[in-house]
Design a protein around this ligand. Structure first.
Ligand SMILES: [Zn+2]
Length: 368
């Protein structure tokens, strides 16, 4: 009875829809009332995403099944200030939603994925080493809500990708895994018992500062032996002789990103990419021994690159005998932001049923 009542409510709200089950396939005789199946109505709800990145900065929209239905690149981003950045992206997302023709009332919320430590409960950015931001007191999310009056969920990019892979990607049936996001720098999202491991103040996953062999480079933390300098896009640029400086420079984030993207497809990058990947192996082995994950997912522009991935897999196999634990991520950082909102506001108990029941599409009402 409870199931029938809940199904009827979701039908009224236009969140699920009925469809006729194929009798022949189920080997049933054609007697009585045809059985009706229930499925998520793809266009019953939508989620929006903001991906703050020096790579492909984009705003996006996905349907209730997690398919990307619209996206747009965002140009000229003022990355020096969290609040101004928030406003800039929010305006671009507002324009995308307006032009998409989808009803704003059918959006569950907005997901924000970025390279920063965040507190999703309060919606604060705690700090970002990558962008050089301090505590924003919730300013970024507030700017977004000022432009688009929807709930906002904000997460570190590695955590957003981990959530997205867990619900829609290569970690669908896994409850224990670690996702490593490798791009200009490297970070990790840890999932145990199907939950993100956040640590004190969301500090978990800082594998970019794992100690490794000393490099002729300087990390944002001032050290010369961080994984950020050996297994990343920043180290690739150094190896290719494309840096005229040794200290990581935040004013050059766009230069780093565009040059790394450019060089990923370059024949001359194959060996340095494999080397960078192999430098990740010790960190992966440490993660495997500490956490005992079912899989370690490599994500990000470097992590999903064939040569980098193969370098990591091969070193992991040859040196530690666990090469088969590695898999490549399936979800892009752009899609992960919208999927984060879908996860938080549609597939968890935070779904605001009453709001959608009030604005149900006309066709759904006949079921009531
Ligand atoms: Zn460091």
């Amino acid at each position: 009875m409870a199931t029938t009542r809940i199904a009827r409510e979701l039908l009224v709200a236009g969140i699920i829809e009925e469809f006729e089950l194929d009798r022949a396939k189920r080997g049933e005789r054609a007697l009585g009332r045809p059985k009706v199946g229930l499925r998520i109505a793809a266009c019953g709800l939508f989620a929006a995403g903001i991906t703050v990145s020096a790579y492909h900065s984009e705003v996006s929209i996905c349907d209730a099944n997690g398919q990307l239905v619209a996206s747009r690149k965002v140009q000229d981003i003022p990355l020096f200030d969290a609040v101004q950045t928030g406003r800039h992206y929010a305006k671009a997302l507002r324009a995308l939603i307006d032009e998409s023709g989808f009803d704003l009332q059918r959006f569950v919320g907005i997901g924000v994925a970025l390279s920063a430590r965040t507190d999703p409960v309060t919606g604060r950015i705690v700090m970002s080493e990558y962008f050089g931001w301090g505590e924003d007191n919730g300013g970024f999310c507030e700017e977004v809500r000022n432009v688009i009056n929807l709930p906002v969920e904000i997460e570190n990019i590695a955590n957003a990708l981990a959530i997205a892979e867990m619900r829609f990607g290569s970690a669908r049936d896994l409850s224990e895994f670690t996702l490593i996001h490798a791009a200009t720098f490297v970070g990790a999202g840890v999932v145990s018992d199907s939950r993100l491991v956040r640590g004190v103040s969301g500090i978990s996953g800082l594998i970019g500062h794992f100690r490794t062999a000393e490099q002729p480079l300087t990390c944002v933390c001032g050290r010369h032996d961080c994984l950020n300098l050996a297994a990343t896009g920043f180290s690739l640029l150094s190896r290719l002789g494309l840096l005229d400086h040794q200290v990581f420079d935040r004013s050059k984030l766009s230069f780093y990103a565009s040059t790394i993207l450019d060089k990923l497809a370059d024949e001359a990058s194959v060996t340095p990419l494999r080397e960078a990947g192999s430098n990740l192996a010790l960190a992966v082995d440490n993660i495997v021994k500490l956490l005992g994950p079912e899989r370690v997912i490599l994500s990000g522009h470097l992590g999903t690159n064939e040569d980098y991935f193969e370098g990591a897999r091969q070193a992991l196999e040859e040196q530690y005998g666990v090469g088969n634990i590695l898999v490549r991520g399936e979800i892009s950082s752009v899609r992960s932001a919208a999927l984060l909102a879908l996860h938080a506001y549609c597939y968890l108990d935070r779904l605001d049923y009453d709001r959608f029941a009030e604005t149900a599409p006309a066709k759904g009402r006949s079921h009531g």
